[in-house]
Write a protein that binds this ligand. Sequence first.
Ligand code: KG4
Ligand code: ZN
Length: 371
Amino acid sequence: MAQELTLLGLESSCDDTAAAIVRQRPGGRAEILSSVVHGQSDLHAPFGGVVPELAARAHAEKLDVCVAAALAEAGLGRAPEAFRVLDAIAVTAGPGLIGGVMSGVMCAKGIALATGLPLVGVNHLAGHALTPRLTDGAEFPYLMLLVSGGHCQFLIVEGPESFRRLGGTIDDAPGEAFDKVARLLGLTQPGGPAVEAEAKAGDPKRFRFPRPLLDRHDCNMSFSGLKTALLRMRDRVVEEKGGLTRTDRADLCAGFQAAVADVLAAKTARALGIYISETAPPVPLIAVAGGVAANQAIRGALETVAEAAGAAFLAPPLRLCTDNAAMIAYAGIERFRLGHTDGMDLSARPRWPLDAGAQAMLGSGRKGAKA
Ligand code: KG4
Ligand code: ZN
């Protein structure tokens, strides 16, 4: 389909309501005309985690507001005239919290019905995995490490709809572990940035954290044991001294963060080895996405591993690493160019693995299905 395409994308699979307009000329780089994200952190803060029912209601309330803002920011004017510029509507159809995904899918169907525009259902993970093409025009095949509050997996991205999962977490996602650790230490949410800030002043060697599953020669990981280890260490210090000092807290954070970074680095080295030997890419590339990729210690460890393997390292800007609708609109463009659209029977899927052939991963995170 050699034509300029302009798509509206909708995202509502977790705790961000988002709408974006992305345009791509044939053979050219995609351009983000607008990207509106309405987060729900304040709404869920009193509960210490995302409450699915509250999330779904908030998505339903905010989706049309975000769509109107995305159309206006893209300079397309107001609905319904603005819809005439569009070629299709892309929407996250899973995996994620089912109420939120349904809100998005119903909103997209409503717009598609009213305007006659084609509907394109997008896998949320495909949105993340294709982001390096949106931001940097990455060529297939590249290796992707998704590390967020709900996901953790290595994918060889072979084509717009062709993903091979090499492995992932068998329990918690790393971001989820950071959030739980922050809660155990009385730090603010989201836990990742708070733990990273504390860790800066800490000694990573004082507490001896395990490095789970490094003895297994696959690309699977486990992070839930690290948070249990931290809980025990915290309780021991509290028992001995009657409380935690700032130094204790910083050392616990530094030890935990170093363990996560070591596990991710070691498994990344393994995944890079498989990707390079099996696909022989002309220019090996590893890209990261997800909120945890913002962590400087983890990012540094991954960059070192990539350099040692002779691979380029790509970390898209944080606003495109975390949940957003530009990645959904872009993944929609890639699907639409293949001639793939969906009908009014498009369903919302809480679980939707990108690689249907891969073995199922265990567990479902606090922020939804890991898939
Ligand atoms: O990608 P994201 O915004 O949402 C999804 O989970 O899909 O990722 C959010 C997660 C949270 O668990 C948060 O604690 C973590 O990413 N995170 C970090 C950092 N910044 C955000 N984890 C470690 N270090 C950080 N600097
Ligand atoms: Zn995500």
